[in-house]
Design a protein around this ligand. Sequence first.
Ligand SMILES: Nc1ncnc2c1ncn2[C@@H]1O[C@H](COP(=O)(O)OP(=O)(O)OP(=O)(O)O)[C@@H](O)[C@H]1O
Length: 411
Amino acid sequence: MSQSEISPEHAVSEFLASLPGLTLGVAVSGGSDSLALLHLVHEWARLNHTKVVAATVDHGLRPEAAGEARQVAGVCDGLGVSHTTLTWQGAGSGGNIQSMARDARYRLLADWAKNEQVDFVLLGHTQDDLAENLLIRLARRAGVDGLASMDDRFERQHQRFARPMLDVSRAHLQSYLQDRDIQWVDDPSNEDEVFDRVRARRALVTLADVGIDSSALAQVSRNMSDAKVALHDQMADLAWTHARIESGDLLIRREAFTDVPVEISRRLLLVALQWVSGNGYAARREPLVALLRSIQQNQGGTLQGCLVTVDDQNCRIGREYAAVKSLSAVDGIWDGRWNLEGPYQPGFEVRALGEEGLRQVPDWRESGLVRSSLIASPAVWGGDMLVAAPLAGYNKAWSAKLLPERAVFLP
Ligand SMILES: Nc1ncnc2c1ncn2[C@@H]1O[C@H](COP(=O)(O)OP(=O)(O)OP(=O)(O)O)[C@@H](O)[C@H]1O
């Protein structure tokens, strides 16, 4: 570790002083990073009259995990910190087990934190995690966003999380623990070369010969974060001046895709598709760039459950009928964004209007909306009988409004 490196005590106390809130939760796996975090947070909280609680997740994937959780519970007991072991019941059910375990961990931690009224759940990610991530992402040919650092604060499952040690090296944390004679758990999967992360960690040892160490890579990922923020701001400005909502579709002026750097228009298209589809996942780069090219050539396409069409002035991003045709709702909330209100009767349900419905609305053109959007719009049905198609102007007793949280496009 270099002399100029920030000490763990200093890093953690500066970070915690900047957090609002009085109850902190620490997610402790028992490994060196999170165990050091527990001690550092406990020490800071003692001096600053802050309550600390801790939790360990037993994913049920390794036989030793239950013993490790007990070990952490023992350490917490010694410090006077209340500790909870959270167990995941879903292990062993196929799929990408690593990512399922991670999702489950965040869910369990968020539920626990809400229960304990924790303001922030603190995680033990370090500078080395940033460096390893960057190497892994380089191998996947990532762009600016993929190479950007993890956030030091974020929200997941409506719970706030924070990472106070992104400027601290693992070596520094381990010597902090050794100086105090504190034992940590070595997870055997940290040695298993099937994992990209383990191979990245090994590669770092070689890269150090050419000056590419954890601290350098972590700095690059922070630089990428700055670039990401700047690009996002430019995209948001573009959206502000070029995009508007029309009956649930996004209308974006064509120049936004032809006269600005492709990195900005690609971002705008990405968030537009997310907004219309309500699908939080980012579309993959290749199909997104292909769609962007097609828009530039005045053609449209489909992606992420959205239909994109282009005319002289605008690119219209609406819902694709195929993506909504099997959705139905009896409570009036449809496609996660439309709220239908009117004289409800038992047996009514909300489904897409479809070609069939549109045929029953001969004067739909008076609505001023395009056909492709109307067939994917919400309608009220009583069995096979069309009761109302609010966006097509059929049966004024009914209205369809975007839910307030889905009614603004603010990338
Ligand atoms: N079993 C666990 N119980 C409690 N906290 C955990 C557990 N595993 C990981 N954590 C928390 O998450 C931090 C990061 O751990 P790790 O690097 O293994 O996670 P990851 O799977 O890479 O997670 P992420 O998706 O957040 O990067 C740990 O320092 C610790 O705070």
